[in-house]
Design a protein around this ligand. Sequence first.
Ligand SMILES: Cc1cc2nc3c(=O)[nH]c(=O)nc-3n(C[C@H](O)[C@H](O)[C@H](O)COP(=O)(O)OP(=O)(O)OC[C@H]3O[C@@H](n4cnc5c(N)ncnc54)[C@H](O)[C@@H]3O)c2cc1C
Length: 333
Amino acid sequence: MDRLCGAGHYDYRQRSYLIFRWILHKRITYDLYDVIIVGGGVAGLAGAMTAGRLGLRVLLLEKTVFGGSVAVLETIYEYPGLEKIGGWELTQTMVKQARNSGCLLFDSIEVTGLQMVEDSHFESHGGDKFRASSVLVSTGGQPRQLGLKDEARFAKQGIHTCAQCAGARYKGREIVIAGNGSFAVRASQHLVELGCRVFFITGDEKIFGDANLIKKLLHHKKFHFMGGCHVTKLFGDKYLQEIEVTDLASGDLEKLEVAAVFVYRNIVPDSRILAARKDAKGFLLVDENLMTSLPGVFAAGRVVHDDLPLQVLVGDGSRASLSAAAWLQSDAS
Ligand SMILES: Cc1cc2nc3c(=O)[nH]c(=O)nc-3n(C[C@H](O)[C@H](O)[C@H](O)COP(=O)(O)OP(=O)(O)OC[C@H]3O[C@@H](n4cnc5c(N)ncnc54)[C@H](O)[C@@H]3O)c2cc1C
């Protein structure tokens, strides 16, 4: 009871909320759902909206906060129909839409494993067991690190993975983008707009991403492309101060004084909960209906593909739910 009473004050609203949540929790672990969606990023939320509209009984379980990696992005550019929208606004609208379509969404629940039980129903474990006739895995992934000594020590003290979240504190300073791809390009644009001098360091010989943006960046006086190079050492006391860059062809070393390195090396997919077929990097392998190698288990979003536009991942979530609905009606289920 102490936990429910803050510093001697009886908080009735909090207490009622916790009791309500406890009853709901007991209820959801008892019911059998048509689809359990694991992961409440954009792919999972789109999947929930579609499955809900099809009249399926849907339970979505999210480990942390609904919205996934998009929720923390200050601005999403060029989403179809919207030139600009805040990541939080976009994802919280999707949460509302998923709820309006009749889905049950639960946050702060981590699914730790999925298991098929005798009658071809699945159980997902997250402390409790949840039962469903099919599953959609949309667990996304974590940014891939550089793999350098001291990288963990400088985390958030000069080493970052989101320019839109941490860029503002480095206004006008020397910054490195380490990696490549459309999000690295978008991050570079954000940083040059903040007056930063950006060194774009990649092992590739060219930049990949939005062709128009790349053209603009290559003409920007504060943008420097360093292709065929890797960041190989980090230096500094409490904060990152300097890096070593190695030219991969010649082996030449160069030191750069920089305030921060933003790492854009794609992601490590969060696919551990599923014992299905994966590629060498851990991305789930799916067929043309987005079904994994386990019958009735579908996957969508970044746990399947790296570096695809947001609208494709959202479409993927919806498509996986359509496939799950068709599968539930088929003899295979
Ligand atoms: C640094 C960075 C910058 C980016 N910048 C842009 C940009 O500017 N524009 C753009 O369009 N895209 C950007 N992206 C990409 C965008 O974030 C992804 O395309 C999108 O988030 C993928 O959505 P998703 O639903 O597949 O995965 P995620 O957004 O990763 O969502 C997965 C969700 O699953 C949850 N989860 C994971 N494991 C479990 C579990 N076991 N149990 C329950 N829940 C679980 C996670 O907590 C998370 O909420 C960026 C990504 C990163 C990392």
